[in-house]
Structures are given as C-alpha cells and as structure tokens.
Design a protein around this ligand. Structure first.
Ligand code: LLP
Length: 423
C-alpha cells in the first residue's frame, strides 16, 4: 500500500493503467486487479517453499482468470463448495490438484467433487465420513482436519485453531480418535494426511512451527497404532498481509526457516520420515493485487463532529470493516494531491451508520464530489464477500497488466437482481 505509481498527469496507475481512466470507462465502484502482482505472490511462495505444495485458497477471490493464473504459476487450488469447484474446473484447473474443504459439505457437493475427480477432500465431521464412503466409487484421497488448540489471538470471527470452534476435531480428543479410526476402516477412503487451519491475519510464524510439532507427534502416534505413515501435512493458510502502509505482514523467508526447523526437529524426535507440507494462502496471494475505486458523492462537515466523504460504494463491496473492524487507507486517484489536507472518514452509500470504508484518513482539503478515491489492498475477501444490499449490484472486476485492461467480471445490474425474483 505504500508503493504508489503516478503517470505524467499525476494520476495513480496500477499495471500501467491510470485508475481514473478505469473509473471513467467501467464506472464506479470497480475492483481493479493487478495480474502481475498475483503472479509475483505465487512465485514468492514457490521460491521460499520450493518443496511444499502451495494451494491457493479460492475463497479469497475466485474468477476463472484468477484460477487460471495461479494454476499457471504452479499452485493447487482449495475450493469449499460446488460453486467454487465449477469455476476452478471451468478455468481448466487439473481436478487432481483441487482440494475440497467445508464444515458442512452437502451430499450433492461431495458427489460433484468425487465425480469431478478432485485430488483430496478434507474431512471435517463424522457424518461426512459416512457420506463420502457412500459416494466414493474408487479410493478417494482424504485429509482429516484437526484443531491443534493454538490460539493465534486473532479476531474471534476467524479464529479456527482453538479447540472450541466448529471446524474439524480437537487434536487428541475422543472425537478425533474416533474419526481417525472410522476413516481407517473405510476401504474407499485413503487417508493421506492431516490438516489444520489456525486462523487469519497471523503475523507470528512460530504458531505454524508449533502446529508442525503437534501434528507430527499425532502422525507418529497414528503410525504406531495403524502401521500407516501418512505422507502429507497441510498447515492451512492465514498469513497476514499489510492492509495499510506501515502495517506488518507475515515474513515468508522467516516462516520458511521456522517450518524447516520445526520439521527437522519433529521428524527427528518421532523418527518420522520427511513429509510433504502444503500451505493454503488465500489473502497473501491476492489482497495486495486489488484496489477498489469509488467516486466521491458528497462531503459533509458535521458541526462538532467528523468530516464524512460519502463514496458510491461501501459495505456491499467491502463488508470487512463492519465484520472485523478492518482498517483501510483511502487516497485520491485522479490527481497528485498537493496543498492542505483534512482528516476525514470515508463512508459508504448504504443505509447503515456502520457503513464505513476508511476511518480518519488524510485527504486533500479541496476534495470535490466526482473525484476518484482508491482503497488499496482489497483483492481478498471483497468480491467474494460482496452483497447486493439495498438493491445495489456487485461491482465488476477489471484486471490490468502491461498497460492493458480486461473486464473479468461484469457489473451486476438491476436486471440481474430482478431476474432471480420469480414473483
Ligand atoms: N485454508 C482454509 C481451510 C481456510 O478456511 C482459509 C480461510 C484459508 C486456507 C485461507 O486463509 P487466508 O490465507 O486467506 O487468511 N473473510 C475473512 C477471512 C475468512 C477466512 C476463512 N478461511 C476476512 O475477510 O478476513
């Protein structure tokens, strides 16, 4: 978010395209996605974790083009519904490189996944073991999701590694032992490893080292009990990104070192062979590649209160502020601001007081309605979490690369909304 490029007219550019031109051509609000940045992030993961499988968590942002880029960069894809599965397949992702997640996978979705030949399914409940065994017509590779009881101190809405939450089975619990036992007794289920996902926006790589230690100890116990050496360990995603200039983010080389050391130590301690690690970054692949553009609709100076800049988008295209108290920057994109600033709160257009995009940001004092605002770091969990509240359709996604734009997702129109209403 600190790196800003300007053209000769002082306008912000991304991927060689002036954001103001995108706003003019495609309207606002609009999601802009920098293809090169997505590819750069994929390459960084491949570089720092050369022996690991990198699985892109598609819930962060999934379009056919995004799935295609990450697959081209050598990543696998994690999907968590039949809807995400069809997009990944439509993008040409090899089904063998798709991992299916979900805490309540419907029977029909398990059938669709098995029918498509997805590589691995991550088992999340006892019911799923029975359903999947009934659906599988040939041995299906599965992972079992365990929660290793590691508290990463994140927002409660995204804390998944602790014991008392809905995902998987608490490591070492009677339920976990039962689940392992049941999977082992199903001839059509081929248990190839364990999975955990600690949470989101995790800055401290040590949590992952701790997960490695706990899960390899469990794999060693499984080997002793069943005589099976599981070859895979999936450590989930959750690597933090810097939403605002100056925020910290997960240091990938440091994470790589810590994982390497933890693997060495845990494998030595348990006399366990080196196994393949999978990582499932979602946000860290796409967050920085996205910037959302808005037009200023109104400016209000509340006497004795705040200055509000009202944008033509808001919580529909970015619900993360309302959901998680997320903080964003906002900058004027159609000119290089010079002169005095004011501190303002950028609010959305929707009918809720909590519809805020960026609180207490510095904007030019002479900002006018009609100017273009850019909110950086909106590539992950923005389009995928977007809603049509107040009857406003979701924005388009325009990708940029080498000075060219591609419309990847078109704007949702009132006609789209009406088409679903059967009267
Ligand atoms: N793997 C699994 C099994 C997951 O459940 C998730 C995210 C990921 C990987 C990717 O996590 P990431 O690297 O993107 O943090 N809507 C929230 C985030 C929810 C994440 C849910 N699971 C947000 O906007 O912060």
């Amino acid at each position: 978010p600190c790196e800003t490029h300007y053209d000769d007219l002082g306008r912000i550019t991304v991927g060689g395209v002036a954001l103001a031109d995108i706003a003019d051509q495609y309207g606002t609000p609009v999601y802009v996605l920098d293809e090169s940045e997505v590819r750069r992030r994929c390459r960084a993961y491949r570089k720092y974790f050369p022996d690991a499988e990198i699985v892109y968590a598609a819930k962060a942002l999934l379009t056919k083009s995004v799935a295609g880029w990450v697959a081209e960069e050598g990543l696998s894809v994690d999907v968590c519904s039949a809807g995400e599965l069809v997009v990944a397949l439509a993008a040409g992702v090899d089904p063998a490189r798709i991992v299916l997640h979900g805490s309540g996978k419907p029977f029909a979705e398990l059938e669709a996944a098995v029918h498509a030949g997805v590589g691995r399914i991550v088992i999340d409940s006892l019911t799923e073991i029975t359903l999947l065994a009934a659906v599988a017509t040939r041995p299906q590779q599965v992972l079992l999701r365990l929660s290793p009881d590691i508290d990463v101190h994140g927002h409660p809405a995204v804390k998944t590694g602790v014991a008392d939450q809905k995902f998987g089975f608490p490591l070492g619990s009677a339920a976990a032992l039962d689940a392992i036992d049941r999977v082992m007794r199903q001839p059509m289920l081929d248990l190839v490893g364990l999975h955990c996902h600690l949470g989101s926006q995790i800055h401290d790589p040590d949590f992952y080292g701790e997960a490695v230690r706990r899960l390899i100890a469990e794999m060693s116990r499984i080997r002793t009990e069943y005589g099976r050496t599981l070859p895979q360990l999936d450590l989930g995603g959750g690597h933090a990104v810097a939403y605002r200039c100056g925020d910290a983010e997960m240091n990938l080389p440091e994470l790589a070192d810590i994982l390497e050391d933890a693997l060495d130590a845990a494998c030595a301690l348990n006399h366990f062979p080196r196994l393949r690690i999978s990582l499932e970054p979602g946000r860290a692949i796409v967050a920085h590649a996205g910037v959302t553009l808005y037009r200023v609709m109104a400016i209000k100076h509340v006497e004795g209160g705040r200055t509000f800049v009202i944008a033509d988008g808001g919580m529909n295209d970015n619900p993360r502020v309302a959901l998680y108290g997320a903080r964003y920057d906002a900058v004027v994109a159609n000119r290089h601001p010079t002169g005095p600033h004011l501190t303002a709160t950028v609010a959305g257009r929707y009918c809720e007081a909590g519809d805020i995009l960026a609180a207490d940001v510095r904007l030019p004092a002479d900002l006018r309605p009609g100017e273009v605002l850019a909110v950086p770091c909106t590539g992950a969990y923005h389009h995928s979490l977007a809603s049509t509240y107040n009857g406003v359709g979701r924005p388009p996604i325009i990708s940029v690369r080498n000075g060219r734009c591609h419309e990847r997702i078109r704007r949702e129109t009132p006609a789209d909304l009406l088409a679903r209403d059967l009267g």
